[in-house]
Design a protein around this ligand. Structure first.
Ligand SMILES: [Zn+2]
Length: 416
């Protein structure tokens, strides 16, 4: 450890070590209390439901009386309490494995919400398999990183093929305006995931180009995306925002991960839109047939290893492979997408580290700098997992993004 300003000293690390341990224990305690609260609310719900009479218009009066009683005691509105009673009951009765994991402090309340959201539409047998697999991921990833994985896990267990459900769902695509306060409204478009993510990706690239072109640009990327969307929809092309006219030339780049066998089979698995949403296989086949600027990532059906990546944009093969492998910054919990990350030589190039797949990893600027200027260290293993070691000596794995998620016979998902 160096003695530069800004470096943690030995004595600091001892204090920090104690604080981190205490925080971990505190979080476990909070999780256990939240689980207890859920069980109590679920019991109150059960009491109300038992006394309710669905055949009468005021038949839920016992439940409302209970909600009002609990609300008054907790100083929460009875409507809010009634909603929480319903949520608690759903969690306790339909996701018992998840509630048990919360009780044991193995996962947080935020993880629970993601699991319930993703698994809600599954039948009971499939739900238990789903819970087990999702909890295994939740024990090592943040809730935000869990979300796309949980959605894919649930997708794999849905009885009806995604293609069939997608064909029905796309009938309901629409554009809607919802009025907000202060003279604002939401313009909401319900679109196939590929198109929605493609639009957002293109707006992000355009916003970044506008910001890069003018150092004095004060709008945030969010604001720029909104302005560009309006500009694109209301004018022929978004010329007003960039003097060089480059913005209009930017195309969306979206990675689609497709298990290789899927393309050949009728009953193929769902494909995955860059770490976010499962997409139906007909759309994936269409994208893989060319014509577009989608980057195609073919994965091995068993090992899930990336087999090949191709694109119509002229980038180096290695860069593309690594981008497909990492998809995002490899620091624990970080979700900055790979195309906005640095490619870091894990073992310093100046010290002999090779410019090769086995020694390169995507890190966002913040975490790249953290690695080089603090006592954080990292190892990249041959199976593409990484182990980050904190200044206090704690080890955190980053398993990487699953190019595909599969179930093994015991219902557990394999490590990825
Ligand atoms: Zn990062």
């Amino acid at each position: 450890m160096g003695t530069d300003a800004g470096t943690l000293r030995e004595a600091d690390l001892i204090v920090l070590d104690g604080l981190v341990s205490a925080l971990v224990e505190t979080r476990k305690g909070i999780a256990a209390f939240q689980a207890l609260e859920t069980s109590l609310l679920a019991s109150a719900m059960a009491l109300g439901v038992d006394r309710s009479d669905a055949s009468r218009s005021d038949g839920d009066m016992p439940l409302r009386a209970i909600a009002a009683e609990v609300g008054a005691a907790l100083r929460v509105s009875d409507r809010t309490v009634q909603r929480r009673l319903g949520e608690a009951s759903r969690l306790a009765t339909r996701f018992p494995v998840t509630l048990a994991a919360l009780t044991e402090g193995r996962i947080s309340r935020a993880h629970v919400d993601v699991i319930v959201d993703a698994g809600e539409r599954l039948d009971e047998d499939e739900r238990i398999r789903f819970e087990t697999a999702a909890i295994a991921v939740a024990e090592r990833e943040t809730a935000a990183r869990l979300r796309p994985i949980a959605r894919l896990l649930a997708e794999r267990l849905m009885p009806q093929m995604l293609s069939e459900r997608h064909a029905a769902a796309r009938e309901s695509r629409c554009v809607d305006v919802r009025d907000l306060d202060d003279g604002m409204s939401q313009l909401l478009a319900v679109l196939p995931s590929t198109l929605a993510h493609g639009i957002r990706s293109r707006l992000t690239a355009m916003a970044t180009a506008v910001a890069d072109a003018d150092a004095a640009e004060e709008r945030t990327v969010d604001q720029l995306r909104a302005d560009l969307l309006a500009d694109l929809a209301l004018t022929a092309d978004p010329q007003g925002l960039d003097e060089r006219g480059l913005v209009a030339e930017i195309r969306a780049v979206v990675h689609v991960t497709v298990p290789a066998l899927t393309l050949a089979r009728e009953d193929g698995d769902a494909a995955m839109l860059e770490g976010s949403a499962p997409i139906d296989i007909d759309t994936a086949r269409l994208l893989c047939a060319g014509e577009t600027s989608w980057e195609r990532v073919l994965t091995h059906p068993v090992t899930q290893a990336v087999l090949a990546v191709d694109t119509y944009r002229p980038t180096a093969e290695l860069r593309r492979l690594l981008r497909a492998r990492d998809q995002r910054c490899r620091f624990p919990g970080c979700r900055v997408p790979a195309h906005r990350c640095d490619l870091d030589h894990v073992h310093d190039h100046a010290l002999g580290g090779a410019t090769a797949q086995a020694n390169l990893a995507h890190e966002c600027r913040r975490h790249h700098v953290l690695k080089h200027h603090s006592a954080w260290t990292v190892v990249l293993h041959p199976d593409r997992t990484m182990t980050w070691t904190s200044p206090t000596g704690r080890e955190y794995p980053d398993a990487g993004v699953p190019p595909g998620v599969a179930f093994t016979d015991d219902g557990e998902s394999p490590p990825f």
